[in-house]
Design a protein around this ligand. Structure first.
Ligand code: SAM
Length: 214
């Protein structure tokens, strides 16, 4: 059966990898894409987009691109942004690794956020986890010197894997992650997953690393 193309009703808030190939020559050239030369931050696996929604509101001088392989979730994020006519945030549907590998200019991104990446609990599925040496290599290539990689999860074992790659990485330095703060309202969480996990009483493991100078 032929795959249906995704609907275009949320453009330009929700675009897929094929749109970047067809409409932008396969390149996320930030000044062209966002129409300004502000700093750009990526949210890999943005899910329902709470981080994108809030960060783009509180930091209007920064551009945000969410990346989400699940079109349904990505479209949900984009719908929130469209309702507010938010100009500094967009969602890209598709495998983030494809965009990171071939669509983004090296050292053009000031932060990469990876919140609550899927844990892929079963041992035989672990190779599907996004946070790997290769992924960190991609991040190191795209981040500007001094740029930040943020990653939070409620899965202690996965955080051990992430820290194991990051803490002594030759291209990153470990930084003090933000302390947990009491939320003031129901939107006052970094992401929807953080809200869910904290409400269920789970501990959250937070990591922050800075890209070293070239
Ligand atoms: C557990 S959810 C967390 C969503 C959001 N970051 C949050 O904290 O609420 C992980 C998300 O990563 C997305 N994801 C997993 N692998 C991906 C990939 N290779 N590219 C883009 N998104 C991916 C999943 O579809 C899912 O929406």
């Amino acid at each position: 059966m032929q795959k249906m193309p995704p609907p275009t009703d949320l453009k330009p808030y929700f675009l897929v990898l094929e749109d970047i190939d067809q409409e932008y020559g396969g390149k996320l050239d930030w000044p062209v894409f966002f129409g300004n030369d502000h700093e750009v931050e990526l949210d890999v696996g943005c899910g329902r987009g709470l981080f994108l929604f809030r960060a783009s509101e509180t930091r209007p001088g920064t551009n945000f691109l969410g990346m989400e392989i699940d079109y349904r979730e990505g479209r949900r994020s984009a719908r929130r942004l469209q309702k507010q006519e938010r100009q500094n945030a967009r969602v890209l549907g598709g495998d983030a690794n494809v965009a990171l590998d071939r669509m983004i200019e090296p050292h053009s991104v000031s932060a990469i956020h990876v919140y609550f990446p899927d844990p892929w609990w079963k041992k035989r599925h672990r190779r599907r986890r996004i946070f790997t040496d290769e992924f960190v290599g991609r991040c190191a290539r795209l981040l500007k010197p001094g740029g930040y990689l943020h990653s939070w999860t409620d899965v202690e074992e996965y955080f051990g894997v992430i820290s194991g790659i990051m803490d002594h990485h030759e291209l990153f330095t470990k930084e003090e992650p933000p302390a947990e703060v009491l939320p003031e309202h129901d939107m006052d969480y970094q992401t929807s997953f953080e809200r869910k996990k904290r409400k269920d009483g789970w501990e959250i493991f937070r990591g922050l690393w800075q890209r070293k100078a070239l």
